[in-house]
Each structure stands twice: as structure tokens, then as C-alpha cells.
Design a protein around this ligand. Structure first.
Ligand SMILES: Nc1ncnc2c1ncn2[C@@H]1O[C@H](COP(=O)(O)OP(=O)(O)OP(=O)(O)O)[C@@H](O)[C@H]1O
Ligand SMILES: [Mg+2]
Length: 400
């Protein structure tokens, strides 16, 4: 597959003979010649003899008004790379992998629905899966304002000429004709009805889209190749459309994901220590503080609207490190404010309930901690020991 993408790219860069294409991508000429012949036999490329050699080009399947869906893409450009490992919070990843790996033999496309609070790793899971499958990855984040042109494509003026530019949904459908493809529909429950109907035509067994702007041109995909991951945030307070049963069925089985640290504090602190320069002990303490907040947020009787996402803990850790490096005092508490409390439990037009709870929880974990303890296990240990000694020595003062 990789060769074909390379070939398409080389042709797109203006090479047309087997020799030129083979040189451009550094591959054996006879192998490329065979591949080119096969592609023109299948109708993917045109082949014309000029002088002594054959010249290859994209099939020009433009409609009469000169506008049609461009189909020549090098899909490898859309394949995610260097995605860090996804760390499962429960058993979701192995089940989702099984859904994907056995979709062909089961003749049952892999449609996966993920719910969970913001920042629990839903997008990350989808990208990690695409990387594993070596699949091009298309990410559509759905908003109430998203309309069909955002999904399917639109006309744009290029050098005075009107051209049709495919949208991400069209690209995903096209890619699925050739290979497994991952389509992430972020916050699908925000879509308004017109947008939904375009989406659901693509998501059912037909795996196709109809482009009204191009005179009803139909682009047919390969349903079994289209791995669809849709996400929904819960407890966000923004406009959400209810999904009816038919829609839910198309979106597939559902997994609800929780913050990694609630089930596996050790894995989340490891993740923080791996991805940021903070010490393992500091990372563990961060997770413990965050888990206190998360447990309160899960309790409906509490005035706290949301827990702290893994992504924000990573931000907090990175900022605490920077403040410590700069010699600022109270690095951890400062970072709690700048990375978590102010952006996520913000003041201003809409106060997010629970701000004070977050502040007091993190104070109880980090008040008075020397900034060096952000990077040095020993410093953190010494400070923690000192704390305990003090309390033991003077119980009166500890209470006060
Ligand atoms: N289980 C996990 N394994 C590895 N990384 C994780 C995990 N959970 C969260 N992260 C990291 O946390 C950050 C936020 O994750 P991500 O963007 O995937 O969240 P999300 O659930 O898609 O959030 P949103 O609902 O806001 O889109 C990313 O940097 C991601 O790598
Ligand atoms: Mg996301």
C-alpha cells in the first residue's frame, strides 16, 4: 500500500514515467512499472504512449462543468505518527481492538462510541488506534454551527478558477475504498439535524455520501474499512441533541471512559513522570490531589461540576517544572492556579462551581512545599517527613 501512496504523490509532483517515478521515490524501476500497469488496468491512472515510453497521470473524471471529486490522494500523509501509548483506564482498549481487528471476518463494521469527561483520552485513543492500523485518520469536531460543507466539501476560488475541495468526510470515505481508515466524530451529539443526515448516510451499511453541490455525485466508500469512533462529552452544559435509537445503533457499541487516575493512580502518575520533567513522587502526589477532586465531582451531592482531566495534570506538571526552574516560590500551587483553576474553573462571565474546593484540596497537598520538590524526590520526601514530625511534635498547633 505504501508504494501506491508514494506513486500517487510522485505523480502529483509532476513525474509521469516509470523511471521518473521510481527515481523520485527511490524504488526499483521494474517494480514501479508493474504497479503502474496494474493501477492503469484498474482505472486508477491513465496510461498513454508518448515516443518510446508510457506516461501515467490521474484519471480526469471531471464532470461536464469541469468540477468533480478529486480522488488522487497519498493517504500516508494522514497517518498519525509518534502517538504516545494509550494507557487503558479499564478494559476498553482490548475490546475496541477486538472490534476493529475482527470486523472483516464478522462482516460487522467497527463503530465505536466513547463517552467520558473532557480530557480523559478519547481523542488520544482514536489516534493511537489509527497509528496501530496504519490507517489515515480524519478528525471532525462537530459543533452546532457545523454544516454539510464542513463535512463534505466546498467550492473555493484558486487563481481565479473555481475548484471543488473535498471535506474530511469525503476524504475518509474515499480513503476507505483503499484501506482501513479511522474517522473520529468528536461530540457527534452536537450536530444539528441537516448535518446529521449527511453523517448517517456515511455511517450506515451504504458508506456513501451524496454531493448535491456537484449535481448529486455519489461517493461510495467501503463500509468495513471505515472505523468510526464517535465521542460525546458528558456533563458539559452546552447544547446537545438527543440521539434517536436508529442513530445510536449506527454509532455502535459504547464504552464509557473515566479519568485514568481514578482506576489506576500508578499508571497516571507514571504517564506524568514520563511525559514531563517532574519527579515520580511529585507526579504521584498530583494524581492523589486530582483524585480527591474527581471523587467529589462524581458525587452528585457535591457542588463540584467537573473533575480534573489527565491533560490538565500534564499542563500543571509542565508549568510547575517551569516555575521551579525559574526559582519562583510555591511552584506547584502557582501552576495549579494558572494551568487548572483559572482556565478550567474560571472566573468571569460564568463561574464553574467548585473552584474553591479545587483550590483548598490542592492547598492541603502542596501548601509550603519547596519548589525544588517538583523535580527532586528527596526534597519532597524531606518536606513530607518534616510535616509529619511537626504535627507529631505539637498537636495543638496542627489543629489550629
Ligand atoms: N489513558 C490515557 N493514556 C495516555 N494519554 C492520555 C490518557 N488519557 C489522557 N491522556 C492525555 O491527556 C490529554 C488529553 O486527552 P484527549 O485530548 O485525548 O482527551 P479527550 O477525552 O479527547 O478530551 P475532549 O473531550 O476535551 O476532546 C492528551 O495529552 C492525552 O495524551
Ligand atoms: Mg477530544
Amino acid at each position: 500500500m505504501a508504494t501506491r501512496d508514494d506513486i500517487i504523490q510522485a505523480i502529483g509532483n509532476g513525474n509521469s514515467t516509470a523511471t521518473a517515478i521510481a527515481d523520485a521515490i527511490n524504488k526499483d524501476r521494474s517494480h514501479i512499472a508493474r504497479e503502474l500497469k496494474a493501477m492503469s488496468d484498474e482505472g486508477t491512472l491513465t496510461r498513454t504512449k508518448q515516443g518510446r515510453s508510457y506516461h501515467y497521470d490521474f484519471v480526469d473524471d471531471r464532470s461536464e462543468d469541469g468540477l468533480s471529486v478529486n480522488k488522487g490522494y497519498a493517504w500516508s500523509e494522514w497517518m498519525p505518527e509518534d502517538v504516545p501509548e494509550y494507557i487503558p483506564s479499564k478494559r476498553e482498549y482490548e475490546e475496541i481492538q477486538a472490534e476493529v481487528d475482527h470486523r472483516e471476518t464478522a462482516d460487522n463494521p467497527a463503530h465505536i462510541r466513547l463517552t467520558g469527561p473532557t480530557g480523559c483520552g478519547k481523542t488520544h485513543l482514536a489516534r493511537a488506534l489509527a497509528q496501530e492500523l496504519e490507517a489515515p485518520f480524519f478528525d471532525i469536531s462537530v459543533k452546532w454551527a457545523t454544516d454539510t460543507t464542513d463535512l463534505i466539501g466546498r467550492f473555493v476560488l484558486v487563481d481565479g478558477e473555481t475548484q471543488w475541495i473535498n471535506g474530511p468526510l469525503t476524504k475518509a470515505i474515499l480513503a476507505s475504498r483503499e484501506r482501513p481508515t479511522v474517522l473520529l466524530l468528536d461530540e457527534i451529539n452536537r450536530a444539528r439535524p441537516e448535518t446529521k443526515s449527511a453523517l448517517y448516510e456515511a455511517l450506515d451499511d451504504r458508506a456513501q455520501i451524496t454531493i448535491d453541490a456537484l449535481g448529486g455525485e455519489v461517493v461510495q466508500g467501503e463500509a468495513v474499512n471505515l472505523v468510526v469512533i464517535s465521542t460525546m462529552n458528558v456533563g458539559q452544559g452546552h447544547h446537545v441533541e438527543e440521539l434517536d435509537l436508529a442513530e445510536q445503533r449506527r454509532l455502535g457499541n459504547r464504552w464509557s471512559i473515566d479519568f485514568l487516575g481514578l482506576n489506576h493512580p500508578d499508571r497516571e502518575s507514571q504517564l506524568i513522570a514520563d511525559r514531563t520533567p517532574v519527579s515520580a513522587m511529585f507526579a504521584a502526589r498530583l494524581v492523589e490531589a486530582a483524585n480527591n477532586v474527581r471523587r467529589l465531582a462524581n458525587d452528585p451531592s457535591e457542588q463540584l461540576s467537573r473533575g480534573i482531566p489527565t491533560g490538565l495534570l500534564l499542563e500543571l506538571a509542565a508549568s510547575a517544572y517551569k516555575y521551579a526552574q525559574a526559582g519562583l516560590e510555591n511552584a506547584a500551587l502557582r501552576a495549579t492556579r494558572t494551568a487548572v483553576v483559572d482556565p478550567y474553573y474560571q472566573r468571569g462571565d460564568r463561574e464553574i462551581t467548585g473552584r474553591d474546593t479545587v483550590i483548598s484540596t490542592f492547598r492541603s497537598f502542596f501548601e509550603g512545599m519547596p519548589s525544588e520538590a517538583v523535580v527532586e524526590n528527596a526534597e519532597l520526601q524531606a518536606w513530607a517527613d518534616e510535616d509529619i514530625v511537626d504535627t507529631d511534635a505539637d498537636p495543638e498547633e496542627a489543629v489550629g
